[in-house]
Design a protein around this ligand. Structure first.
Ligand SMILES: O=C(O)c1ccc(O)c(O)c1
Ligand SMILES: [Mg+2]
Length: 625
């Protein structure tokens, strides 16, 4: 397919938009009339600028309120169209996109619309141009793609074709099967957009909340299957009206757009097995086998209390890097890497962000293939100098400029701990707390970044999103979006907030950007773990008594169990027969903390407990451990 993006998707002036579009790897654009009108230069100047970016203008749009006008207004509409053709001639664009009429003056009737489109087609053809007709979901008479197609079919003109815009089709829940019967050369343009499920009028939904394929809830894959059944191989463009995108980073949104398109076509390819023109085949989404390590960047001073906290949590010093100031701490299947180097990536990360997680190591089935896929998805690979005897671990840039490393079981990467680390004696007098695995990571980000990172993870790894939730923080609402693998081996909670006073927002300002705010580690027996933590001198986040009174009122737990939970500050949640137990450490440097969980068949994250936890943390104001 010949992929493109509409200028309306992005923020900035037309020149900023075109630069971002070209830099994101697009070769074609849909030019929105407003972007031309607000540009300080002639259509010929715009044409030159577009050509300088080696872009091609595939369509000029929208042309409104055309079909079905009563005779007195019909002539005016046709004259208006001629003026657009003049502009298009200067732009070097040959396709005018006409959206269905919303005017109260317009009249219904497919034959009337067809006759108007035929006349417009004649006029376009005389100038070597074409027109493409789209049903707006809120069109006055034509608001269903099947009616738009019928009008185009009856117009029976080689210069008149159909636009399929997934928003208008999927927002109305229109049956997709009729798409399969449309001859592919009659579809002049496909516009792709996703959107969250919302209960609102079509126009507001469309103009403010569309997002890129894969970021919303629409069944785009079903649409793609129907489209592919026609053999369609033509113009395929992103057309997203989204307030956030239009105030966001032009560059980032353009890259996200291209990534979403590549991923959409990749899914089509994976389902059908057929080659998709315009798509470089790529390795499948990486199966994530777990978190191999979490690396912290610290300075020498911060490392002292941090490492003593790790000891309190039952971690043992297990290895020292062969050439760097990097220590491996271990418990169960969990590896925490403490990096206090004075140069290199972790050091610069520490200078910018303070004590923080600078890298995640993910266990995947094939690390090299994962990196290949990442590059084809326009993710940013990362390389740094590798010392003698060290491994080059494939990595890409992740949240906040941190790194995501890929480790696999089939190469030397599986032996990274043996190759790059030498064993050291521990000497800790603190007991092992029975922590087994990384259960989940919570990453905090700007609200406007959430859709970007959702797409980053879901396009690269075999993880899927669950419905977003609003969590109440004493300082405002926090939006929380989970991405996780089916088997729970990778669970990420992405949090963002539009309020400046939430824990989420404080993290962003204090850590100078997005990053990991908390790490949840799992145990098979939380009560035993907590007793050991207490023996090790670890202070857990105190939970208010009211919580347990409420728990007693709403659950069927025995008084004895509730008393135990209360005595140890354990949160509880239940889903059917599945149970969840959680405790939190106090915050470190007022922003980072650990959570310890025991899952008994439970698949959630204790969202009901989050407001109480956030309030308790806000009250404490992050007392050091
Ligand atoms: O919201 C609109 O008016 C509008 C304009 C052009 C389009 O292609 C579209 O899908 C919607
Ligand atoms: Mg459209």
């Amino acid at each position: 397919m010949k992929t493109a993006i509409a200028t309306v998707c992005l923020s900035g002036g037309l020149d900023d938009k075109l630069e971002a579009i070209a830099n994101a790897g697009f070769e074609r654009v849909e030019l929105f009339e407003n972007d031309l009108l607000s540009f300080n230069g002639s259509p010929a100047d715009v044409r030159r600028m577009i050509e300088d970016y080696r872009l091609q203008t595939i369509t000029f749009q929208p042309f409104r309120d055309f079909e079905g006008m009563p005779p007195a207004l019909r002539e005016r509409a046709l004259t208006r169209a001629e003026r657009k053709f003049d502009v298009m001639e200067a732009l070097g664009c040959d396709l005018l996109m006409v959206c269905s009429n919303v005017s109260p003056d317009s009249l219904g009737g497919i034959d009337r619309a067809a006759a108007d489109l035929r006349e417009l087609g004649d006029r376009a053809a005389r100038r070597g141009m074409r027109v493409a007709f789209e049903a707006l979901a809120w069109g006055r008479h034509i608001n269903d793609y099947r009616d738009a197609w019928e009008a185009v079919r009856r117009a029976d003109h080689p210069a008149v074709g159909l636009v399929l815009d997934t928003f208008h089709i999927l927002a109305r829940g229109t049956d997709l099967s009729a798409i399969r019967a449309i001859p592919r050369d009659r579809i002049f343009l496909v516009q792709a957009a996703d959107a969250p499920k919302l209960d609102m009028d079509y126009l507001s939904w469309s103009r403010h909340f569309r997002n890129f394929p894969g970021q919303g809830d629409f069944p785009l894959d079903s649409f793609m299957d129907a489209l592919a059944a026609t053999g369609f191989d033509g113009l395929f463009s992103l057309e997203i009206f989204n307030d956030q995108f239009r105030s966001g980073s032009t560059r980032q949104v353009a890259v996200d757009g291209h990534r979403s398109l590549i991923y959409l076509l990749d899914r089509l390819h994976a389902r059908s097995g057929h080659t998709v023109a315009g798509l470089t085949p790529m390795p499948p989404r990486a199966k994530c086998l777990g978190v191999e390590f979490i690396e912290f960047a610290l300075d020498d001073q911060a490392a002292v209390p941090f490492e003593s906290m790790l000891q309190g949590l039952g971690f043992r010093r297990a290895g020292q890097h062969i050439s760097k100031q990097v220590t491996r701490w271990r418990q169960g299947d969990i590896n925490i890497v403490v990096n206090t180097e004075k140069e290199g990536f972790a050091h610069s990360y520490n200078i910018t962000h303070g004590t923080s997680v600078c890298a995640l190591g993910l266990r995947v089935d094939d690390a090299a293939a994962t990196l290949d896929r990442a590059q084809l998805l326009l993710d940013m690979p990362f390389r740094q100098a590798v010392g003698p005897g060290e491994l080059e671990i494939p990595a890409v840039r992740g949240l906040g400029g941190s790194l995501v490393y890929f480790i696999d079981p089939k190469t030397d990467l599986a032996r990274v701990w043996d190759i790059e680390f030498r064993a050291v004696a521990d000497g800790s007098d603190k007991g092992d707390a029975g922590l087994q695995r990384v259960d989940h990571l919570q990453q905090v980000m700007l609200y406007d970044e959430m859709l970007s990172w959702l797409l980053f993870y879901t396009s690269l790894l075999e993880v899927d999103k669950t419905p977003a939730q609003d969590v109440l923080d004493p300082g405002g609402l926090v939006k929380s979006q989970v991405v996780q693998s089916d088997d729970g081996r990778l669970r990420l909670v992405l949090n963002g907030s539009q309020s400046g006073r939430t824990q989420t927002s404080r993290f962003l300002s204090e850590a100078f950007g997005s990053g990991v705010q908390h790490i949840a580690l799992s145990t098979d027996d939380l009560l035993t773990t907590v007793r050991q933590l207490e023996a090790n001198g670890v202070k857990l986040l105190p939970v208010p008594e009211n919580y347990y009174d409420d728990l007693e009122a709403k659950s069927e737990l025995t008084m004895e169990l509730i008393d135990t939970l209360k005595a140890h500050n354990i949160f509880y949640d239940r889903e059917g027969d599945a149970e969840y137990f959680q405790v939190y450490t106090n915050t470190i440097e007022d922003r980072f903390f650990f959570e310890i969980v025991e899952r008994r068949g439970y698949r959630g994250y204790g969202a009901v407990n989050a407001p109480i936890r956030l309030a308790a943390q806000a009250r404490l104001g992050g007392r050091p451990l």
